[in-house]
Design a protein around this ligand. Structure first.
Ligand code: B12
Ligand code: SF4
Length: 553
């Protein structure tokens, strides 16, 4: 490219674009692992991305592909380039008028993902944060800033405002929310050199405004639904208007990606079971089967992966899991010896469990259990796990520690539920409450790691103890933990987090239970029966069977 550059340049950070081993959970780690120690943690791949012959990015997050499609429609393919930081010099030039940057989790502060980086010391930043800064402070941007506008958009844009970095980083405008009906006009204003508003809040677009993407997205992401409607108060998409992308459009998006070398397609949604749903969240098994079959039939599609799903629909409609298993498990790239599939494949789906406390559940997220009552939440979870595990679906579940007003009693209930999940297959990720913008809890204080109670630490490390046992039962890993954890505690951990951290951490280190039992709430050595057990059935309350009732009564 000459020094003239492209009129519009779009870019994404490498750590938000990489698709190493087709593993979404590995990319998630990049929001949490400290950049400083990346080379010792075996994540050198975090910035591995592929560049096309013309210097453009081979894959970037799907949201940026949507923006690209809108801008190409308005300004023409020849005026828009999409690249990573290392190629910015090739595309930003004298004629560039607008640069748009995608932010998924730019500072790594969502759900306190930075907590994990913090374990390595106070001056440790997650890989995501370092890579995003490398992009936004790129010298080419600085050199040409006087004649271009810098626009940032994406689900993590709020983080930049939250940390007061917009001015320091020279960002003219941060776009919040779904930008379909705003992006083209905004970039047109930028191209004309007009002053842009520092922030734009977008409304949910009409279904027809969502364009087909033209090029490959990271992990072959194709959106199948948008929005949710279950109304959890901590969630930023809870109130986005729900819609399903027509199967023809989904298949076109798959074709566009396969044509550029993608062999893996990630069905992206807040909740898989919302696809073409009936009234009151009724799962549409036929539509889901048609969707999976249509995607699987596109020549070149080798693997299918999932993103999110709510645990309630499989309890209401268990056959949905069995019916989708041939694709969800049979075409999954993930393998684990604990799977009973002939090739040990398993389907991995992110499932939000969030709390075992009925009180907190009722207060902040009762819609998650609909049509069941909040009091049935533990039953729904256990039954849902049973159904999913039976068909080799291993959930990647999340819990939120430190929801506003959480008491020791609430944490104990979550620990009890965790204990009941001990023998199920899956991974449980503890996260800390973060008041996301545009949520009903945005004004509340986030959970602070320095203020975690002993019980909350126990919850945190008991999850990781389960995960280590589930993912790697090799004795060498256990030995490393047994030896490494006390050293870490006495050298650094104790200073950072105080003595309440010790025994929970030692549980992760596989210390014998006789050593831990008087210090922790759960005692693994007494083999007591869990308080919660998998129920035979979970009855739907009579009054909620009637469709004329309000959805979330
Ligand atoms: C697929 C996905 C992933 C995949 C792939 C990510 C990738 N890098 O490509 C995986 C599983 C790896 C992933 C990981 C993570 N994710 Co994610 N992910 C999603 C998911 C389900 C879909 C994204 C998508 O394609 N959406 C559809 C597109 C069209 O929407 P969009 O990206 O928001 O783009 C629109 C606007 O934001 C805007 N826009 C986007 N880019 C730009 C750029 C410009 C210039 C402009 C003007 C506008 C603009 O316009 C687009 C069209 O409306 C969303 C939830 C959701 N439904 O959006 C969560 C979501 C974005 N992820 C989230 C989180 C927290 C994470 C993790 C931090 C999880 C974790 N705790 O570890 C990691 C971070 C990974 C990383 N390295 O950065 C949160 C973000 C919350 C927040 N507000 O900060 C979301 C919203 C999920 C949630 N409900 O909590 N994720
Ligand atoms: S069910 Fe999931 S996507 Fe829907 S509102 Fe609740 S947390 Fe958000």
């Amino acid at each position: 490219m000459s020094s003239r550059g492209k009129l519009i340049v779009l870019a994404a950070a490498t750590s938000e674009s990489s698709e190493y081993l087709r593993s979404t959970w590995r990319q998630m780690l990049l929001a949490t692992l400290p950049s400083k120690y990346a080379k010792y943690l075996g994540v050198n791949w975090s910035t591995d991305v592929e560049v096309r012959e013309d210097g453009q990015a081979r894959y970037v997050p799907n949201g940026l592909r949507v923006i690209e499609a809108l801008l190409v429609e308005r300004f023409g393919e020849e005026n828009v380039a999409v690249c990573y930081a290392d190629q910015l010099d090739r595309f930003i030039g004298d004629e560039t008028r607008a640069v748009g940057i995608h932010a998924h989790n730019p500072l790594g502060i969502t759900f306190a993902t930075d907590v994990y980086a913090g374990f390595y010391g106070v001056d440790c930043e997650p890989i995501n944060a370092v890579e995003f800064r490398r992009l936004i402070l790129h010298p080419a941007l600085k050199r040409h800033k006087h004649h271009l506008k810098l626009i940032v958009g994406g689900p993590g844009g709020w983080q930049i405002e939250h940390k007061g970095l917009q001015q320091e980083w020279g960002i003219d405008c941060i776009v919040h929310g779904e930008a379909e009906e705003v992006a083209a006009d905004l970039f047109a204003a930028a191209v004309r050199g007009e002053t842009l508003p520092p922030r734009i809040e977008c409304k949910s677009p009409k279904l027809e405004s969502i364009p087909r993407i033209r090029h490959r997205a990271t992990f072959g992401v194709v959106e199948i639904t948008r929005g949710c409607g279950r109304g959890c108060q901590f969630c930023s998409v809870a109130l986005r208007a729900g819609k399903s992308i027509p199967v023809e459009q989904v298949v076109d998006n798959v074709r566009a990606q396969v044509a550029e070398g993608a062999d893996t397609i990630t069905l992206t949604t807040e909740d898989l079971f919302l696809y073409e749903q009936g009234k009151k969240f009724r799962t549409n098994v036929a539509a889901l089967k048609r969707l999976f079959r249509s995607i699987a039939e596109v020549p070149g599609v080798r693997y299918l992966t999932l993103t999110h799903g709510t645990i309630t629909p499989p309890v209401v409609t268990p056959e949905v899991i069995e019916e989708l298993t041939p694709w969800a498990v049979g075409m999954s790239p993930f393998q684990n010896e604990k799977s009973t599939h002939p090739e040990h494949r398993y389907a991995m789906m992110f499932v939000g469990l969030e709390t075992g406390s009925i009180r907190l559940f009722k207060k902040y997220m009762p819609g998650k259990a609909y049509p069941f009552r909040p009091e049935q939440w533990p039953d729904v979870i256990l039954k849902g796990y049973e159904i999913m595990n039976r068909h080799n679906w291993f959930p990647m579940a999340t819990f939120i520690i430190g929801l506003p007003g959480e008491t020791d009693e609430d944490t104990k209930q979550s620990l009890e539920l965790l204990y009941a999940l001990k023998d199920f297959k899956g991974v449980i990720i503890p996260t800390l409450f973060v008041p996301l913008e545009d949520t009903r809890l945005e004004k509340y204080e986030g959970a602070k790691i320095a203020r975690l109670t002993d019980l909350q630490w126990e919850f945190f490390f008991t999850c990781w103890r389960y995960n280590v046992d589930f993912l790697r039962s090799s004795s060498s890993v256990k030995l490393k933990l047994i030896l490494g954890i006390p050293i870490y505690y006495y050298l650094l951990g104790r200073k950072l987090y105080g003595p309440g951290f010790k025994y929970p951490l030692f549980r992760l280190g596989h210390f014998p239970e006789w050593f831990l039992r008087r210090k922790l709430y759960l005692d693994f050595s007494d083999h007591r029966e869990p308080i919660y057990k998998v129920p035979e059935t979970v009855p739907i309350p009579e009054e909620r069977k009637r469709p004329e009732l309000p959805v979330l009564a």
